[in-house]
Ligand binder design. Structure first.
Ligand SMILES: [Zn+2]
Length: 142
């Protein structure tokens, strides 16, 4: 009798998969890369980033929402690429300082610049991240 009681107790703590409530919330991350030159006029006198130089920038855009019961996805990754494409065209193989709104193109300002232009056409956008190298990145959440 005691053993049966313990089994019943264990069952309460470990419900069968059929009894688990799983949310439909998901987070999609789509990455992009582009090459560009910039200089950072706000860096201190003598700082190496004041000089003209380039990076292989890496951008990630993140969308969050619920899985559509019909399609089985939040959105098509191809749609994320399509929404970002016009911005990528403005950034790739450019001198970023010449772009309207990017006179001081730090990773932070670039992430914000992307957010402001992407959010209106991609309402599920919750984060934009920008990395200039493998050591670190800026994450912007609006
Ligand atoms: Zn740089």
């Amino acid at each position: 009798m005691i053993q049966k009681s313990e089994e019943a107790k264990a069952a309460e703590c470990d419900p069968s998969p059929h009894e688990v409530e799983a949310s439909r919330k998901v987070r999609l991350v789509r990455g992009f890369t582009f090459e560009a030159a910039h200089r950072l006029p706000g860096a201190g006198e003598g700082h190496k980033c004041r000089r003209l130089h380039g990076h292989s920038f890496r951008v990630e855009i993140v969308c969050e929402g619920e899985i559509d019961p019909t399609t089985g996805w939040l959105m098509d990754f191809a749609d994320m690429r399509e929404k970002f494409a016009p911005l990528l065209e403005q950034l790739d193989h450019r001198y970023l300082n010449e772009i309207d709104g990017l006179s001081n193109p730090t990773a932070e300002n670039l992430a914000r610049w992307i957010w402001v232009r992407l959010r209106p056409v991609l309402p599920c956008l919750t984060q934009v991240s920008v990395a200039e190298n493998c050591q670190g990145r800026c994450e912007y959440r609006g």
